[in-house]
Design a protein around this ligand. Sequence first.
Ligand SMILES: Nc1ncnc2c1ncn2[C@@H]1O[C@H](COP(=O)(O)OP(=O)(O)O)[C@@H](O)[C@H]1O
Ligand SMILES: [Mg+2]
Length: 465
Amino acid sequence: MCDNIKVAARLRRPLLRESDSILIAKVKSENTISIGRNEKDECKTFQFDHCSTYSDNALEDQEQLYELLARDYLLHALDGYNTCIFAYGQTGSGKSHTMTGSTQCPGIVPRICQELFEVRDLYESSDDQLNTQFKIRCSYFEIYNETVRDLLGREKCRIRERPDKTTYVEGLKEFEVFCVSDILEYLSQGNERRVVGATQVNELSSRSHAIFTIDIEQQEITPLGHTLERKSSIKLIDLAGSERASASKTTGEHLKEGANINRSLSTLGRVISTLAKTKKPILIPYRDAALTWVLKESLGGNSKTCMIACVSPCDYEETMSTLRYATLARNVKTSAQVNAHELPDGREQILAMKAQLEELQKALSQVDNQRAIGERMEKIKLTNQFLESRIEQERDLTASYYKKWAQATSERDSLMLLVGGILGSVQETQVNALRGQLSSLKFRSEKFGQRLDLECNELKYDSGE
Ligand SMILES: Nc1ncnc2c1ncn2[C@@H]1O[C@H](COP(=O)(O)OP(=O)(O)O)[C@@H](O)[C@H]1O
Ligand SMILES: [Mg+2]
């Protein structure tokens, strides 16, 4: 959705010290503010989307500005659009009063926080089944001397570009907030650090640009039972004073600081005037300053943006310069889109999850199989190693047995030979002995036979035969 940046002018009330000053600016109608050096001077009028003046009741003025201008940006954010409100103007023109205000007289930021949580409570406590769940986070940083300082986290951060060409602050701390006091606590913590940081360099907080971001995530059940998710962010910016550096401030640290403020605000001016052209050049100088680089989307992209030009009623030059700057911004178009998408409904989700589960189980079983195979392989490897060592051992044993066997065999053979020899010799002696015995027996029996014969013969002779 193509939309022009909405530009409002806010005329602050004269301060006590200005009670004697000539009032140079006047809000003529809801859309017109006029400015002249003095009453006789011809007035110059400027038209804006909204012009607000002051009354005797500062609190009511704050309330009115919120209701007529700022509330819409909360509502757009709840619809899913990114939104941005920034206050521009010279130091002392009422930027911080407009954006933050005080406890007694709260400005846009605390009012947006308050109403956001009221809406959240209303939605979340509703009895119907279509209630919306909220997730709200906040972050706070400042740009001082072209450096990004996280006001809720570590000091310095860098601005990075995403692949889709949007920019973000790298490492910026974001805090989830659950109630309005949570978010206001972070806001005041950041503001304190902003002041401390600024006083360390002997300057007022108006020398830095402060950017407070609220991120909203909503999950809503549609009547068809689908879940719709909306994401949006609200950027609330209190810019550094836009006044030109005075002669007294043009030395040393102040010179650098002033140059950097001028650089970021003049780059903001150039970006705005480039974006305001009908025929836009290809290159928009966002990168020339940290402020425009980080606000790239808010200035020329996906955002509904509002600029509040805060002006003093007594400083002609500065008020004129601010109103001219603001006029330029009126021609800038942004193209905000609702950042919402439907989440797959329950049934589809379950089916998708089931399919995913099956796939995972399959993969797991494969992994298990592979693991089992691996384990078995490992076992086989171990068994092989064991067997190999056994074979080796057995081979050694066999060799030693064989050796022993060969030794035993040869020992046995030699023993056999010996035994054979012994046996042979044993038999021979026995035979010889027997032979000896036989021959002695034979000899004795022959002798005996001879004697017997003799005796027989003697007997025969004696008997007279
Ligand atoms: N609309 C207003 N009504 C009443 N007081 C205001 C208004 N705007 C600014 N002031 C007062 O003017 C002074 C300077 O405003 P401040 O917001 O600090 O300026 P800036 O932030 O632009 O430097 C503060 O004291 C503030 O309370
Ligand atoms: Mg301020």
